[in-house]
Design a protein around this ligand. Structure first.
Ligand SMILES: [Fe+2]
Length: 109
């Protein structure tokens, strides 16, 4: 999805790509965050609540981005790109990977 937004931005169509991108992102996070949170709580992952807070912050940031897009604020395109990049570079290695390792150790995944 990052490449999709970067490609659109490179031809000046970032703002137009945002509604479809945000829709895809919301579907992605609803499914993945829900699955992760169910597994973490079911198997007693010690950082479940902190991890869920990270998910909530991302969900709220996507909601704010959607509102700003609706109001015509084109600067939000770069912020969405930053959000996605930060998620890929920080949340996945720092939060999802340790959770995956814990679930592997418990024999879930
Ligand atoms: Fe996560």
């Amino acid at each position: 999805m990052i490449l999709r937004l970067e490609d659109a931005m490179s031809v000046g169509r970032g703002h137009e790509e945002i509604p479809s991108l945000l829709s895809s992102l919301k579907q992605y996070v609803n499914f993945h965050f829900g699955t992760e949170e169910r597994l973490m709580r079911s198997f007693g992952y010690p950082l479940a609540e902190s991890h869920a807070i990270q998910h909530r912050l991302m969900t709220e940031a996507l909601g704010r981005a959607e509102l700003r897009h609706s109001s015509g604020d084109s600067r939000m395109v770069l912020e969405v790109l930053d959000l996605m990049t930060e998620w890929r570079d920080h949340h996945i290695p720092s939060w999802d990977a340790p959770m995956g390792a814990f679930l592997n150790e418990t024999g879930v995944a």
